[in-house]
Design a protein around this ligand. Structure first.
Ligand SMILES: [Zn+2]
Length: 579
């Protein structure tokens, strides 16, 4: 090696002329050993791997595309830094009698030995006796330049991140102080040479910026933080989601909404009436949000969903040991709704005891937890709902008349979907947006015939049923296609095959009755539309036919109709068919 060393005022400088960049690997202390039997390559004590530049290049591009430039840069800087640290340790452990300069020069040699670059030290002040460290190095044949040229094209800023990291990690470890290198010019961004400059870290004006690259990547933290944000946004979207149901242009709906909004100003208990699925909870939320309790809790309880023997504890809370299973004292929904609004859906399902307690809350604004004798005061706005005629329940002796009068002080009837058909396209649009986002699938919308069918149908299950239909149709639809009539009809239609129709060899529906040739679900749809038949007519006919063929046995009829027994029984009930 042709090298010149100068002692200049105790500063050790080292220089290599341009022509002397050939490194003598023999002089490099570490030994490379290859253990074929183990499939291992050793650089002294370090296990190393021979990694292909091409693979690394593709990897870098992928990382770049995944996490962006700044993170990728930091990633490779740190990778280089780790490698430099290991080699720094190696150099520190080299021959005891070697000078600091000799030890320092192991770094460039190892760097070359690793095949990453041919470093050419242009200027070196090690500053052994406390003077600043300074180094200028020209990186010849940088593998990172080649990677950039192949995978990334011309860069906007220097791209030998791994080399910079290596030099920083190596120098810091060897010199036992914080040293940062930066690349001041780089072939990857169009300069003539790759030049790195190393200084005591604090000597850099942009110290904090450089340092931040070497700090733990907060990607995961950031992801977690984002996750929290997303969840918060989701919640507020859910809020909007329910509020969006409140949107409607039809007159019957607007009237109901007007009533609800009017009630929200007072403290009067509101009773929401209407069929199942018309969006009573949504209305209750709308009422809550337009009231002065909007920033207070809104608690919804479906009384039918809670076992009768638990309903009291659920609503009013319980003290420990009140009954078997009451292992801790806890507040009920009323307490959680304090100062806010409590929505009691299917209020007719309340047990007589729960009805008595509810009446007391409404009259006295007080209650006791189950098993407790402490009287608690509460301020809750009550909104109740039912899809059953409460006065019938009173007549039948299932519901207290005094509670009924209390609750029905301000009744509001929510119209069924069939009473507000003009709002159907609006809902279709709304649910399509919702489920397209949920399933990550785009369609062009509902076909005109499909929309016509949706408007013709009677919607016994109301908005909820429409939502289910749209969700199912979207799942079945082709990406980028239209939601056609067949998709809206769904898989229940081929069940007709057991009636007057059969599946032919092509899987198409054919009629035994030669006068009506029904070859596909499309034909059924056309037939229905031509004859102004709604889906409910079809459903009812199907149910009755299945029952007839099943000799009046629900389970057999359900099997014939391709439904589960509960689903079939539910539809029977919904269609008012008694078995
Ligand atoms: Zn470079």
């Amino acid at each position: 090696m042709n090298q010149a060393v100068h002692n200049d005022n105790k500063k050790v400088s080292y220089a290599m002329s341009t022509g002397s960049t050939e490194l003598n690997v023999d002089e490099v202390m570490p030994h490379i050993t290859f253990s074929g039997s183990e499939g291992k390559v050793w650089l002294n004590e370090q296990r190393v791997m021979l990694f292909s530049q091409a693979a690394l290049g593709k990897f870098r591009r992928e990382v770049l595309e995944t996490i962006g430039l700044q993170r990728t840069k930091a990633f490779f800087l740190r990778l280089g830094y780790q490698l430099g640290m290991l080699d720094g340790e190696l150099a520190r452990a080299s021959k005891a009698n070697s000078t600091l300069l000799e030890r320092f020069m192991i770094g460039p040699e190892l760097h070359a030995l690793r095949g990453m670059v041919l470093p050419e030290i242009q200027k070196l002040e090690l500053g052994e006796t406390g003077e600043p460290f300074h180094c200028q190095v020209r990186w010849n044949n940088s593998y990172e330049v080649e990677i950039s040229q192949v995978e990334l094209g011309l860069l906007d800023e220097p791209g030998c991140w791994n080399l910079v990291g290596y030099a920083s990690g190596y120098s810091s470890t060897l010199m036992q102080k914080e040293i940062f290198f930066q690349e001041v010019s780089c072939i990857a961004c169009g300069h003539e040479h790759c030049i790195g400059v190393g200084k005591d870290a604090k000597e850099w004006d942009n110290y904090e910026e450089i340092k931040s690259y070497y700090e733990k990547d907060p990607l995961l933290d950031e992801l977690l933080e984002l996750q929290t944000h997303v969840n918060a946004l989701k919640d507020s979207l859910m809020e909007r989601d329910t509020l969006a149901h409140v949107v409607g242009e039809s007159k019957p709906f607007k009237n109901a909404l007007k009533m609800v909004t009017r009630a929200s100003d007072s403290k009067v208990s509101v009773l929401l009436l209407g069929e199942t699925g018309v969006g009573k909870e949504v209305m209750a939320r709308a009422l809550h949000q337009s009231s002065d309790r909007a920033d207070k809790p809104f608690i919804a309880v479906n009384c039918a969903a809670i076992p009768p023997d638990l309903i009291e504890a659920e609503l009013f809370g319980v003290v420990k040991g009140a009954f078997t299973g009451a292992n801790t004292s806890r507040p009920g929904r009323f307490e959680r709704a304090d100062t806010g609004t409590l929505f009691l859906d299917e209020v007719v399902e309340l047990t007589p005891r729960a009805q008595a307690s509810l009446l007391r809350v409404l009259q006295e604004q007080e209650f006791e937890r189950v098993g407790d004798n402490i009287v608690r005061k509460i301020d809750v706005r009550l909104v109740a709902a039912t899809n059953e005629d409460l006065s019938d329940a009173v007549t039948a002796g299932r519901f207290r008349s005094d509670l009924y009068y209390r609750l029905s002080a301000f009744p509001v009837r929510i119209p069924s979907l069939r009473e507000r058909k003009d709002d159907i396209p609006l809902f279709v649009d709304f649910f399509l947006k919702k489920y397209q986002a949920l399933y990550g699938k785009k369609v062009r919308g509902v076909s005109d015939k499909g929309l016509e069918m949706l408007r013709t149908y009677h919607w016994p299950g109301n908005i909820r049923e429409l939502e289910n239909v749209i969700e199912r149709a979207l799942i079945l639809a082709e990406t980028g296609g239209y939601i056609s009539m067949d998709l809206i009809l769904g898989p229940s239609v081929p069940a007709l095959a057991d009636g007057g129709h059969a599946l032919d060899a092509d899987g198409l529906l054919t009629s035994h009755d030669q006068q009506t040739m029904i070859k596909s679900t499309k034909d059924i749809a056309s037939y229905m539309l031509d004859n102004e038949l709604g889906l409910d007519d079809l459903e009812k006919t199907l149910l009755l036919k299945a029952l007839e063929r099943g000799n009046g046995k629900v389970s057999k009829a359900a099997r014939l109709a391709g439904m589960t027994r509960p689903a079939f029984a539910y539809r029977l009930k919904k269609n008012g068919i008694d078995v």
